[in-house]
Design a protein around this ligand. Structure first.
Ligand SMILES: Cc1cc2nc3c(=O)[nH]c(=O)nc-3n(C[C@H](O)[C@H](O)[C@H](O)COP(=O)(O)O)c2cc1C
Ligand SMILES: C=C(O[C@@H]1CC(C(=O)O)=C[C@@H](OP(=O)(O)O)[C@H]1O)C(=O)O
Length: 390
């Protein structure tokens, strides 16, 4: 499977085209819109989220609630577009009109794509860069991820996420009994954190950063249950599923690192403290007594829950801006200030779920190729039985 996205942050709409879904898979706009609504929540978002109410229009590939096997095109309109028609219109404009429209951006923000994008594409108005580099694009990544999530869920594979850290405030590991419970408690929290004790401190840290004209980042965790063992591959670097997940996480705007299982902690432990002992019983077949490796060995799933974490740096747009250089005059200035979130970690957890769901759905469809959803479902069931009897 593959998907592309198109759209500028303040353009008319965002679009994704998904190719390679099996035909006959049940899916509704509601499945997608629920995920879009989740991404809009979270303490620390800027005013833009009050303007938007993201909803997907299904433009192709789904009929009467089922996929057709043809490309699925999803469109999310930008409500904000009506305020930007002059600045972001596609029709040619005269030099005078351009002057009138103004708002040319020439002071690149450190940490954003502005300067490198301008250099690469030769844009002297850095708006031409920021409109596409904006995380507004993650709206349709989440839409594509929602479709992947639905496919996985139909196959008995569930995904949830939560926030582990915001601005140095860490959640203590809170036990949860099932993925459904995790989904619920993270949903009820304004910072998507399972640890109620630190929820308020996280919100205070976000408010304080905002008050200081600053921003903060954090750590999110995605958990997946129900993936059968042996999905992915050890035979080539580009077929290793853990590597694909790490790449997907770091591809999210502002994400700077990914960990699988205990991740970096493994560096200071002994092998005996890291590797998960193998066990078997007739009920579940093979399993691991612990899950420190987060559901992966040799680039393949172990059948244990998948645990992936990602670190998000603080938002680069600062209301009290860092120093930058005006690309026209080469003089030192404060970087340009655009309307901005002060912390988007809770929202980014939903994006991370979508990114993980997409890679897992791709791996499933690749390993159990079928043009028909029913057939795919049967293949997986048979495979699960084979795994159990191995
Ligand atoms: C959900 C989400 C919301 C974001 N909101 C903002 C924002 O309001 N302002 C901003 O400057 N960056 C925001 N970012 C981060 C930038 O898009 C990102 O830092 C930028 O594209 C540069 O890419 P890089 O940080 O991956 O190098 C957001 C990221 C995510 C995932
Ligand atoms: C629009 C979204 O996030 C945007 C991501 C973003 C950035 O620079 O990445 C900058 C802000 O854009 P704006 O200036 O229009 O408010 C955020 O609001 C969204 O998440 O849907």
């Amino acid at each position: 499977m593959r998907y592309l996205t198109a759209g500028e942050s303040h353009g008319p709409q965002l679009t994704t085209i998904i190719e390679g879904l099996p035909a006959g898979m049940p899916i509704t706009a509601e499945d997608i819109n629920n995920e879009l609504a989740r991404r809009q929540k979270g303490h620390g978002r800027g005013r833009r989220m009050q303007i938007e109410k993201d909803e997907a229009f299904i433009a192709s590939g789904i009929r009467h609630g089922y996929t057709l096997g043809s490309p699925v095109a999803l469109v999310v309109e930008n409500n904000d577009w009506k305020h930007w028609t002059k600045i972001m219109g596609s029709d040619p404009i005269s030099a005078e009109e351009a002057e009138e429209v103004k708002r040319k951006i020439t002071r690149p923000r450190p940490g954003h794509a502005d300067l490198n994008g301008g250099i690469k594409y030769g844009h002297r108005d850095l708006r031409n860069v920021l409109e596409r580099s904006s995380a507004r694009e993650t709206t349709v990544r989440v839409a594509a991820g929602a479709v992947a999530k639905k496919l996985l869920s139909l196959l008995g594979i569930e995904i949830a996420s939560h926030v582990l850290e915001i601005g140095g405030i860490k959640a203590s590991p809170t036990p949860y009994s099932s993925i459904k419970e995790l989904q619920q408690i993270s949903e009820d929290s304004p910072v998507r954190c399972l640890d109620k004790e630190v929820e308020q401190s996280m919100m205070d840290a976000i408010d304080q950063a905002k008050k200081n004209g600053d921003s903060i980042g954090g750590v999110v965790e995605v958990i997946v249950e129900g993936m059968p063992a042996g999905v992915g591959s050890y035979v080539h670097y580009d077929r290793k599923l853990d590597a694909k997940l790490a790449g997907a996480i770091v591809s999210i705007n502002a994400f700077k690192g990914a960990e699988i299982g205990i991740g970096f902690e493994a560096a200071h432990l002994f092998g005996s403290q890291v590797h998960d002992e193998i066990a078997w019983d007739s009920e579940q077949g093979y399993y691991r007594k612990t899950n420190r490796l987060g559901g992966f060995e040799g680039g393949m799933t172990t059948g244990m829950p998948i645990v992936v974490r990602g670190v998000m740096k603080p938002i680069p747009t600062l209301y009290k801006p860092l120093k930058s250089v005006d690309i026209d005059t080469k003089e030192e200035f404060g970087a340009s200030v655009e309307r901005s979130d002060s912390c988007a970690v809770p929202a980014a957890a939903v994006v991370a779920e979508a990114a993980v769901a997409w890679e897992l759905a791709c791996a499933i469809v690749e390993q159990f190729p079928s043009d028909r959803y029913n057939q795919l479902s049967e293949y997986i069931e048979r495979y699960r039985q084979e795994v159990k009897e191995f």
